[in-house]
Design a protein around this ligand. Structure first.
Ligand SMILES: NC(=O)c1ccc[n+]([C@@H]2O[C@H](COP(=O)([O-])OP(=O)(O)OC[C@H]3O[C@@H](n4cnc5c(N)ncnc54)[C@H](O)[C@@H]3O)[C@@H](O)[C@H]2O)c1
Length: 267
């Protein structure tokens, strides 16, 4: 069974940690005594977050990393081991969005979102899992989305599809890793105040799906929820309880559920 990871004294690697949820998680982990390897495509952002941690008395390292590159992730692993001598927590957090109508959103939009949202997690597994398995302990956090549990966004099908894939991959991984002493958390936030709009590529005007507007939370709230989940060995983190209620409604009668979401659009 999983031995829970205590953040105090641990070493955590977070991708996309220069902004939003990744940044908030980095700061939360550091407040609880973790040494944090802050990685981001944008090195200036990563350095700024690492400086926030060291200014607050913590220990941190910034490394530029494009999660689209296996070599870049391997470089992060070597930098982390070189600086801190160990790795306990890996948070795979980068996500991008392609928006467009299902009948016209081009293949290159799909390919980019699959590469960054899904294959980045595969690259991380190849890079870090052998180490965590050999030490028989650690924790993986994969940032999916409420869009990985509920399929509202027909204007962003690659995002919905890849986030569903991340949820499935992460659940399967939990079944494999927990008996081997490694905790797994799947983060499925609803709206969070971040810079996520910068990660959107739009292809035309797809129209806006009607979807429930659940409460939006600050990124700091999410960072603390992730830290709690690691320390308590929890799998699922959601940020709006309504997602749980809606999942129950969908499981109870999926046809009635889909009728309820589409009837207002067809009438
Ligand atoms: N903000 C929300 O409402 C929300 C809701 C559900 C899920 N999420 C998920 O949370 C995660 C983090 O998003 P956020 O809202 O904090 O966004 P954000 O834009 O604030 O932060 C994302 C960071 O990722 C970096 N980045 C982009 N491409 C990269 C790449 N190829 N390699 C490395 N870094 C890269 C960016 O430079 C940026 O610093 C994403 O996976 C997103 O899908 C966000």
């Amino acid at each position: 069974m999983t031995g829970f990871v205590t953040l105090e004294g641990s070493v955590a690697i977070i991708s996309g940690a220069g902004s939003g949820i990744g940044r908030a998680s980095a700061l939360s982990f550091a407040r609880r005594g973790a040494r944090v390897v802050v990685t981001d495509l944008d090195i200036d952002r990563a350095e700024a977050v690492a400086a926030e941690i060291t200014d607050g008395g913590g220990k941190s390292l910034s490394v530029q990393c494009d999660v689209g590159s296996l070599a870049a992730l391997e470089h992060v692993r070597e930098c982390a081991l070189g600086e801190f001598g160990r790795i306990d927590i890996v948070m795979n957090n980068v996500g991008v969005i392609a928006m467009g109508a299902p009948e016209t959103l081009p293949l290159e939009g799909w390919e980019r979102v699959i590469d960054i949202n899904l294959l980045s997690v595969v690259r991380s597994n190849l890079t870090f899992l052998p180490l965590l398995l050999s030490q028989g302990g650690g924790h993986i956090v994969n940032t999916a989305s409420a869009s990985g549990l509920l399929a509202h966004g027909y204007d962003r099908l690659p995002y919905v599809a890849t986030k569903h894939a991340v949820v499935g991959l992460t659940e399967s991984l939990a079944l494999y890793l927990r008996p081997r002493g490694i905790g797994v958390t799947c983060l499925c936030p609803s709206g969070v105040i971040t810079n996520i709009v910068e990660q959107i590529t739009s292809y035309g005007e797809p129209g806006t799906p009607r979807s429930p507007q659940y409460p939006v939370v600050e990124a700091t709230v999410v960072g603390d929820l992730v830290a709690d989940a690691i320390e308590n060995g929890r799998f699922l983190v959601i940020t709006a309880s309504q997602v749980h209620d809606e999942l129950l409604e969908r499981a109870h009668d999926m046809d009635a559920y889909i009728d309820s979401l589409t009837s207002s659009e067809t009438s």
